[in-house]
Ligand binder design. Structure first.
Ligand code: BYC
Ligand code: FE
Ligand code: FE
Length: 474
């Protein structure tokens, strides 16, 4: 696959050979750059930032690091190389050749999936746009901008698919992706979690851990798609996604570490004393975790979903690591055990596996989240602190699916609405918690220095030292 890095839109999809498509994307480009200037990172247009830019799709050497100003970032269109003779891995077309065009009957479903995916990418940039003003270090600031630029590239990836394969409605959808805005009461983003605020860096680390991880699982199931351009696009996006979740895992770990140090120094577990020392107490961390986990669980959709079954049967969206699953990949006769809220009770119900593919993906996600929590708990153990962080019950604080509206504690106890109102501030960040966390957000921009509420990272980026000048201000 030839890579054209010098084109106005760097790409490995032979854009130069399709003048119509090239012109269409080049006319979308200024809209994107204007959106970036209006809705992207605040006050950061002129910084020189040590960023990685995707320049290839090979496993090694796909990224190039250098100082870049964000509006000049080379957002490109990169898709994984085609696999010779690839066949459809699941659903009713299993075994047939993958599609390089959109079948008419699946056009609106595919468009909807691509639009939903595409909508989340600029949404996250909008949610994070004020964070640069309060970075805990230059290292963190650089990582934030890296993620923002790559989410911008993920938007490009979906816009390319819309323009290349969906004609006029694709172009209209591409425009609309920059017209909806996170939290806008009139034109909100499509999915709930992407209309929440990310007002502080603790929220941001939780978001990159929990919500970018939804991205990992959704992109993995779209990477199985029979529509090969979508599959290949998502495969390459997953390469970038690893770093986003790394930021979340290590970001929270560094906050936990700092909290442990303060607890040991002061020999206390009193939240007020820990807060007075400028660190985040463990109960507050747990409440932030509860919030971000529960809103991210909602992103997987309903437990029982005929939409999801139809996507699967049609071959549009598979399961996580579909090819590694040992079954017939049709699922017509299989069952899957689903935890649901039914008849005012939490129940495990055996369902047809087809309608339960959303839930299966959610289960895979839960398992992956637990690994991160285990890692954080290792830090607590190392500091000989008895408290542990935990994922709340899956029915806690849910607004999508059968648990929506049920009042369930993090431990999984069913309670009354009155008990919920009374207990809520113990389980979710209160106004008071948020005000405290926000009060910690003071920018630290001297190379190598860290804010007091977070420990330094284990190492720098691209082999650079921690006190490297990751961002140069002008
Ligand atoms: N909020 O059958 P169901 C990422 C609605 S993150 C509001 O389950 P479906 C990233 C739904 O619209 C990855 N409404 O729906 C991370 C439907 O309404 P209608 C994003 C919701 O469509 C960090 C009804 O409930 N990618 O990349 O099968 C930073 C029935 O529900 C929600 C994707 O999501 C909700 N959360 O499943 C940057 C992949 N959920 O039409 C980026 C593409 C459901 O019946 N999307 N509803 O009135 C999909 O695969 C699916 O659309 C979903 C939902 C899994 C999201
Ligand atoms: Fe993304
Ligand atoms: Fe991401």
């Amino acid at each position: 696959m030839s890579i054209d890095l010098n084109a106005r839109i760097p790409n490995n999809v032979n854009l130069a050979e399709d003048r119509r498509l090239q012109r269409a994307l080049e006319s979308w480009q200024p809209t994107f750059v204007n959106w970036w200037k209006d809705m992207g990172p605040e006050g950061a247009l002129n910084h020189d930032i040590y960023l990685r830019t995707a320049v290839d799709v090979a496993a090694e050497g796909w990224a190039h690091f250098d100082y870049v100003k964000m509006p000049e970032y080379r957002w490109g269109i990169f898709v994984a190389p085609p696999v010779e003779g690839r066949t459809i891995g699941f659903g009713e077309h299993k075994g047939q050749a993958v599609w390089n065009e959109v079948p008419g009957e699946y056009r609106s479903s595919l468009r909807r999936l691509i639009v939903t995916q595409g909508d989340t990418e600029p949404a996250s940039v909008e949610q994070q746009r004020m964070l640069g003003l309060t970075c805990p270090s230059l290292y963190d600031l650089r990582n934030l901008f890296q993620v923002n630029c790559e989410e911008g590239r993920h938007l490009w990836a979906m816009v390319y698919l819309l323009h290349a394969y969906f004609g006029r409605d694709g172009r209209e959808e591409a425009e609309a992706l920059l017209e909806r805005h996170s939290g806008d009461p009139d034109k909100p983003r499509i999915l709930g979690a992407f209309n929440e605020q990310t007002p502080d860096w603790l929220s941001y680390f939780m978001f990159t851990f929990f919500t970018d991880r939804d991205g990992k699982f959704q992109l993995s199931s779209l990477a199985e798609s029979a529509f090969d351009p979508l599959a290949r696009t998502c495969q390459f996006m997953l390469t970038e996604e690893g770093h986003h979740m790394f930021i979340g895992t290590t970001g929270v770990a560094r906050v936990v570490t700092r909290t442990c140090q303060v607890m040991k120094d002061l020999k206390t577990d009193d939240p007020e004393r820990i807060r007075s020392a400028g660190a985040v107490d463990l109960p507050t961390l747990q409440r932030y975790l509860n919030f971000h986990y529960s809103v991210s669980l909602d992103l997987f959709g309903q437990e029982i979903s005929t939409n999801a079954a139809n996507y699967f049967t049609a071959g549009l969206k598979g399961r996580f690591e579909e090819s590694k699953i040992d079954d017939d990949h049709h699922l017509n006769d299989d069952t899957y055990s689903v935890t649901m809220f039914d008849d005012d009770q939490i129940k495990k119900i055996d369902c047809n596996a087809l309608v339960a593919v959303n839930e299966r993906l959610r289960d895979d996600y839960v398992t992956d989240c637990q690994l991160g929590v285990d890692r954080w708990n290792k830090i607590l153990r190392k500091y000989k602190i008895d408290c542990r962080l935990a994922l709340p019950h899956r029915g806690f604080n849910r607004y999508v699916g059968s648990f929506s509206g049920a009042t369930i504690t993090p431990d999984g106890d069913l309670i009354t609405a009155a008990e919920w109102t009374k207990g809520k501030d113990d389980w979710l960040p209160s106004e008071h918690d948020r005000a405290f966390v926000i009060s910690l957000q003071k920018p630290v921009t001297e190379p190598g220095k860290m804010a007091g509420w977070i420990a330094p990272p284990g190492r720098g980026i691209d082999g650079r030292p921690l006190d490297f000048e990751y961002v140069k201000f002008h």
